[in-house]
Design a protein around this ligand. Structure first.
Ligand SMILES: [Zn+2]
Length: 312
């Protein structure tokens, strides 16, 4: 559905285009070419991964939606399904932080930066947390009034970021890097693979946890993801700590890890709570009371599901 819609928008923006024989690429007149060469349809857009390239002037980019948003802001392309299905596409672009980033651990006179710091303090974070997670914001642009938390791989290369709006009424609460999460171990740079690893859902959950916690950036651990492979490789001790409303997901992850040779424990925050909204000592207490997962756990879980509808 996205492809049809994208073609329509491309036609509106650049004039009618030509679809390649395999249906993957769409060629239109180039918006960057000099006037004399403009009529050639040599500006090629990949309809699935959104990369674009002009064969004449060599203009290129990783995301035609971004370009279209600049050329035609009135189309409001970032809204709704366009972004959603775009995020699921495998776009292997390099992750880049916006310009003008400002570290949040320093005091600032800029009102938006102050507002970001106050938002974090209001959530119970300390300046140490802010520095520990290398939190940033920007003075202007798309991510203004968003808390940016970057992720670095084991070699210190930026591989992801999440960003969270400090304004509750924003349409996009989160604006994250658009690369496949499957290939990301969030801040692997801080992880010691010889020690117990704690798995939580989100970055704000991880902030309230002890060191060596990895956020899944969701509630699943896909097979063949970089993270599960690494855990299996290290026969890790793992504590799975997802929200209590997802016992089925917790058990799926525990089972996959146990089959992969890991030593697995699990715990749940209180119902209707997540680690991000609990205090650090409550979180620590929950983690310290993790239970060992084994094959019987799975059986008990199935029986208790039948009996009571819940593990808890
Ligand atoms: Zn061109």
């Amino acid at each position: 559905m996205n492809e049809e819609r994208l073609k329509k928008i491309l036609n509106q923006t650049f004039g009618a285009g030509i679809l390649s024989r395999d249906g993957a690429n769409y060629s239109v007149k180039c918006p960057f070419c000099k006037e004399t060469k403009k009529d050639k349809k040599k500006f090629v857009i990949h309809l699935k991964n959104f990369k674009y390239h002009c064969w004449v002037c060599e203009a290129k980019g990783a995301n035609i939606i971004n370009l279209l948003s600049k050329l035609k802001p009135e189309l409001n392309l970032n809204i709704y399904n366009f972004t959603a299905s775009f995020e699921e596409e495998e776009v292997d672009t390099k992750v880049i932080l916006p310009d003008n980033i400002v570290p949040l651990y320093e005091n600032s006179n800029l009102s938006d930066v102050k507002a970001c710091r106050n938002y974090l303090f209001s959530r119970g974070l300390s300046n140490l947390d802010i520095a520990r997670w290398r939190m940033l914001t920007v003075e202007s642009g798309d991510l203004r009034r968003y808390i940016i938390i970057p992720s670095f791989d084991s070699e210190g290369n930026l591989n992801y970021y999440i960003s969270r709006s400090i304004d509750d009424k924003t349409y996009f609460k989160y604006k994250n890097a658009k690369v496949p999460k499957k290939n990301v171990i969030f801040n692997e740079i801080d992880i010691n693979w010889d020690n117990t690893i704690i798995l939580v859902e989100g970055v704000f959950d991880a902030i309230n946890c002890p060191e060596n916690t990895i956020p899944l950036l969701g509630s699943s651990l896909p097979p063949n993801s970089l993270l599960i492979n690494k855990l299996k490789e290290n026969y890790s001790n793992v504590i799975v700590a997802l929200d209590a409303d997802l016992p089925g997901k917790t058990h799926k992850i525990c089972q996959d890890l146990i089959l992969g040779g890991c030593n697995v424990y699990y715990c749940f925050p209180k119902i209707d709570q997540d680690f991000g909204s609990m205090t650090k000592s409550e979180v620590l207490n929950t983690i310290n009371n993790s239970k060992k997962y084994n094959y019987n756990t799975k059986i008990n879980y199935k029986i208790s599901t039948i009996k009571s509808g819940s593990l808890l």
